[in-house]
Design a protein around this ligand. Structure first.
Ligand SMILES: [Zn+2]
Length: 215
């Protein structure tokens, strides 16, 4: 059975890992399952229009599983209003092409939830690399946002406590840009926290994956 890694910046050589590779609009290799989006760190006003067209074209491809990562980041220098605008355009594309959204969010959870309430999207929103407290987790979950946990779970005790309280039906797993840790180690840790076998966890994450990505 596959180990699903829903957000990674590397290519896995392992046959039983199924990854969604993160791509930016300037990428050239789209041979493996991917997501594509404009990351808030890399928004260049003069490129947005062109990049949205590239994304729209790529969203029609079979290998495209999601739009993203895209989102909101209060720490980066990119103008926040511009971030919101570019994010909303990507939400529109997610709805038009019926593909889930993979979200990067730093210190802007409330704004993210407000946009979700305003736009009322039908597609699934996945908050990638979740590493905040249970209160934040709860408000995202209450608003129907799926949480994707990454390699931070292996050592972060507070995050382990958060995961212990979140229903497995609301989570996905990933490695993001951690080049040294395999998603199997993330599965291992979560299965320990949830007191189930790795195989049982694989079964449940597979169900989540299939229902979210419709693949
Ligand atoms: Zn990433």
């Amino acid at each position: 059975m596959f180990f699903f890694d829903v957000h990674t910046h590397k290519r896995s050589s392992s046959k039983n890992i199924f990854s969604i590779e993160n791509k930016y609009p300037n990428a050239t290799d789209f041979t493996k399952p991917f997501s594509i989006g404009i990351h808030p760190w890399f928004i260049k006003p003069e490129n947005v229009e062109k990049e949205l067209l590239i994304i729209e074209k790529k969203l029609k491809e079979d290998n495209c599983f999601a739009i993203g990562e895209c989102g909101l980041d209060k720490i980066t220098e990119t103008d926040f209003e511009l971030q919101k605008e570019v994010f909303k355009k990507q939400v529109e594309l997610s709805e038009k092409y019926q593909k889930p959204l993979i979200i990067h969010c730093v210190k802007a959870y409330q704004e993210l939830i407000e946009i979700k309430k305003e736009l009322k999207p039908k597609q699934v929103w996945i908050l990638h690399g979740f590493n905040k407290n249970y209160q934040v987790a709860e408000s995202l979950l209450k608003n129907g946002i799926i949480l994707s946990f990454g390699t931070a779970i292996i050592k972060n005790k507070k995050l382990q406590e958060v995961v212990s309280k979140v229903a497995i039906s609301s989570i996905l797993l990933e490695t993001d840009n951690d080049l040294n840790i395999d998603v199997k180690e993330v599965y291992q840790k979560i299965s320990e926290i949830k007191k189930i076998t790795v195989e049982e966890l694989q079964q449940k994450i597979k169900q989540n994956f299939k229902s979210i990505f419709k693949k």
